[in-house]
Design a protein around this ligand. Structure first.
Ligand SMILES: [Zn+2]
Length: 80
């Protein structure tokens, strides 16, 4: 069964190539393809972002990686 967070990001970015994980913090990579990783914990999302910033998210990565808090209205970008 898909969670409310999964459904939220899938609706917001219907052209995503994949969505993984679970949680209120969405790490979204807007590089060649849109890929989304959900995290329960903001710190996990930040560490994951640092990792893909260093190693690339795959494909033609140009470090367009953003974390959103799905509990905030209007997909607020998290301060990092
Ligand atoms: Zn990337």
């Amino acid at each position: 069964m898909k969670s409310q967070y999964y459904l939220k990001v899938d609706k917001k970015w219907p052209n995503n190539c994949w969505i993984e994980g679970e949680g209120r913090y969405a790490l979204v990579a807007f590089c060649r393809d849109i890929s989304i990783t959900l995290h329960e914990d903001l710190q996990d999302a930040i560490e994951d972002k640092q990792f893909i910033n260093e190693c690339g998210c795959g494909g033609a990565c140009h470090k367009a990686h953003v974390i959103y808090d799905l509990e905030q209205r209007g997909f607020k970008e998290c301060p990092q």
